[in-house]
Every structure is written in C-alpha cells, then in structure tokens.
Design a binder for this molecule. Structure first.
Ligand code: SF4
Length: 310
C-alpha cells in the first residue's frame, strides 16, 4: 500500500480504486476480515494524494476510495488526519473529475465527512452506508457499535445536506436471533428509508467468528424468503426513484461501447458506482470513452438509466 510503484491500469479505464487503509479494528460478530487482515492501518495523506495525482496524470477521471471501514481513516496514525480533510484535498487535485467514497460505517461517519461530500463539486454525492440491520437487538448481537436511532440520523442528515444524494446500503437477513418481528422491522425500515441502491445477503456462518457460536434456527429457505421480500420491495422503490430521474440532466462517465440494440455506449452517472449499481445506456454515437459528458435521461427501469448526450 504505497504510491512508490505505478499501478497497472487497463488501457481504457478512467476509474481507479484507491485504498486509503487496510485491515479493520471493528469486531462485527459475523466477519472474519479483522482476523485475516489485522487491525486498521491508514496510509499517510501525502502518500494517498501523491498516488491520486499520479492516477489523474495518467488519465484517470474518477477515483474511488476504499478500505474495510473508510470512516475509521486516520485513527491509527499519530497525526490523526481527518477523512474530511483528505476528501477536500483530493477534490482540489487538478485533473480528477470525480471522487467517490465507499464502505463508510454508520458508527463512524461524521457530520464533517458528510459536509465535505456536500461541499465539493468533485465529490460524488453518493453515500455507501452498509447498515446491515435496523433492529437494535440484532445490531447488538452483530456487534455493530451503532443503534437504529443513529442510522436514521445519518440518513436524515445526508438528505438534509444534499437533496440529490444517492444512498446505498447492504443488509444481512437471517442473522441468529432475527425473529419474524425483527425481520419485519427491517422490512419496514427499507420501505421508510427508500435507499437508491440496496443489496441483501443471507447470513452465512464464518468459522472462527463470534456469530458462528450463536445458536441459529433460521433455515436457508426462510433466509432466502426474507431476502426476496426485501429485494421485491426495493425493486419498486428503485424503479420509482429512477423514474423521477427521467428528464434530468446527469454527468455521465463514458465507459465502453454497448452491444445493446439502440444504444451506442455504456456509462455511469455520479449516482452509479461501478460493479454494484446499474449503468446509463447512451443512445448517441460519437462519445469518447473515458470522457465525462452531459446526458439527458429519457427512460429508466428499476436498475439502469437510458439517455441522450446533449
Ligand atoms: S464487516 Fe466490515 S467493519 Fe465489520 S469487522 Fe468486517 S470489515 Fe470490519
């Protein structure tokens, strides 16, 4: 994890992931990562900025900040650098167009991080907030270090600072102790929170974790039923949110040619992270891969957007 060596990038890519830390000092009951990767170790800000500038100089337009818990950034360093300051410094680097932050933790994300995201035009108004659950008994059993009240506060603060923010979350269903009532609480929360993007995992036992020793009587079929219920609810929410975007103008990073009939290119707008969210299909010919162009959204389904370049 250092800027000393140049990264190998695929020739047409305009996006690069940039690791700001490795390891994790949290102890989520279901997760084996801390025992595999060790405690959180943050990179020095100057090293991160140097790597980001090198990437920008090589034509990268979007950098995506990653780490097991990006919002724990800097806590392990003597100088205690702040994630909000790092975001602001990255946003002022010449050449970069988009900075995206992934893998925040609801127990650690702070108002100053949200304000930094809201306050810089180059930072995508996209919050990846894996909440995992909303029921306080389940959150406690998961050892997430956060309760539902705080999760709701972050969502509402994000939306009050940025009316156009895209919120993504991931959830775990079927965790030991998730009774029918606790699951219903989660389903109600999904309806209430209306995330733009949401993924659901069924709980699976990881050897060596605290949760592996918890008694669980939730069968695989029931876990899948719970996952499908949430996904079906979310499909309607995502569809409604995407429909509202028709007629809007979005910046789109053109990524590749499309072989879908009627569409020449595939890109992503600021509210779409690569690999996990949908894409934007572009009708027009003549776009340049790797460029960021303005696009009018003309149609949408529950996953993808469709548009024409202006
Ligand atoms: S789930 Fe994420 S935050 Fe929790 S211990 Fe694992 S890596 Fe750390």
């Amino acid at each position: 994890m250092s800027s000393r060596h140049d990264r190998i990038l695929s020739p047409d890519t305009a996006t690069a992931y940039l690791k700001i830390s490795d390891g994790c000092s949290n102890c989520c009951a279901y997760c084996a990562i801390p025992s595999i990767r060790g405690k959180a170790r943050s990179r020095r800000p100057d090293d991160i900025l140097l790597e980001a500038q090198k990437l920008a100089d090589r034509g990268i337009r979007e950098i995506i900040l990653i780490g097991q818990d990006t919002t724990a950034y800097g806590r392990d360093l003597k100088t205690r650098p702040k994630l909000s300051a790092l975001l602001s410094d990255l946003a002022s680097l010449p050449g970069l167009s988009w900075v995206r932050l992934l893998y925040t933790h609801p127990a650690h994300i702070t108002a100053d991080v949200l304000e930094a995201i809201a306050g810089h035009q180059k930072i995508c108004r996209y919050i990846d907030l894996p909440v995992q659950h909303i029921d306080n008994t389940v959150l406690t059993a998961m050892n997430r270090g956060v309760f539902s009240e705080r999760i709701r506060e972050i969502i509402s603060l994000s939306r009050s600072l940025m009316t156009d923010v895209a919120l993504r979350t991931s959830l775990i269903v079927g965790f030991p102790g998730e009774t029918k009532k606790r699951f219903e609480r989660l389903l109600d929360f999904v309806k209430e929170a209306r995330f733009d993007h949401l993924g659901v995992f069924t709980y699976s036992r990881e050897e060596g974790t605290a949760a592996a020793k918890m008694p669980s009587r939730i069968g695989e079929k029931e876990k899948e039923r719970r996952r499908d219920l949430i996904m079906s609810e979310q499909a309607d929410i995502s569809y409604a949110i995407n429909q509202k975007l028709t007629g809007s103008v979005q910046e789109v990073l053109i990524e590749e040619k499309s072989d879908r009939e009627g569409f020449a290119f595939i890109g992503r707008c600021r509210r779409q992270a690569p690999e996990i969210d949908g894409v934007t299909y572009i009708r027009n010919n003549g776009a340049k891969i790797g460029s960021i162009m303005k696009c009018k959204i003309t149609a949408a389904d529950h996953y993808d957007l469709y548009g024409e370049l202006l």
